[in-house]
Design a binder for this molecule. Sequence first.
Ligand SMILES: [Zn+2]
Length: 330
Amino acid sequence: MLPLSRRDWLCTATAGTLGWIGPGLFAAPEKPRKARIAITLDLEMSAQYPKREQTEWNYEKGNLDDATKRYSVEAAKRAKELGGVIHFFCVGRVLEHPSVDWLKQIAADGHAVGNHTYDHVNVKATKPEETQFRFQRAPWLVEGLTAREIIDRNIRVTTKALKARAGIEVNGFRTPGGFNNGLTDKPDVQQMLLDQGFTWVSSKYPAHLYGKVGETPTADIFESIVKAQADAQPFVYPSGLIEVPMSPISDVGAFRSTRWSLDAYLKAIRLAIEWAIENRAVFDLLVHPSCLVVEDPDFRIVRLICELVRTAGDRAEIVTLDKIAATIGK
Ligand SMILES: [Zn+2]
């Protein structure tokens, strides 16, 4: 769907968020009427999954295994059945596989698919070898290109591959890795994305506490995660690019890095979403099917989120990130 035009938005705003109080007069912005909750799954392999010693994925992030594809399809199906929708971000190399029917099906069912670069490159890299492990081991693949050219091409060909191989129109861009300051320090990367036709990016992941590895997270950890939600709200960069941050805590941060239990993760997500609903704010879940296929085989995270939003009634809705971006900074 097209984003709201300015005129449509003004009509909506007049009816709601700005509080129309007379011809040409607007009161201070009120809280949006609904919290906007997004469920995002990054389609890539994650190091240490499905087995701890598996780190070769760092060189082939887009070489999805069948279990990860099945989990993605099933998560999309379950979310839809429960009234939700999922925003996927696809590493382009996935599209080299013999079949991409599973991804086509996800898109046909109304879920969004965005660009996550072709090889999972670091968009802030300044040297070719810093862009991705694959290019460290096989530098001849990028001979002659600067880091900036590698990054630009890595994003551009993913948009093309999604269209050419799966007939999917790209829906937004998420940076591999999250940055505490988003792209604030990288106006050139903001411009690169704008030049490629993107109006929004999901690159910011605010700082928060994780606790000690292997220990049950304590109250101050949950508190820190809830507090970080205010720092994970959408905004507009001076360039005009819109940022829709990722909301802590990510699955790999909790399960892989800190060895949380699923129950601890569910608690953190519940508290964060309750904060978002109370404040009519945005919550943008960041998870990876390659990790959840091991850590959450029964889809409890997706089910919990759909249930929290259903219970919230008209105070919350599950949306894709483009819908959130369409309401920011107009
Ligand atoms: Zn990623």
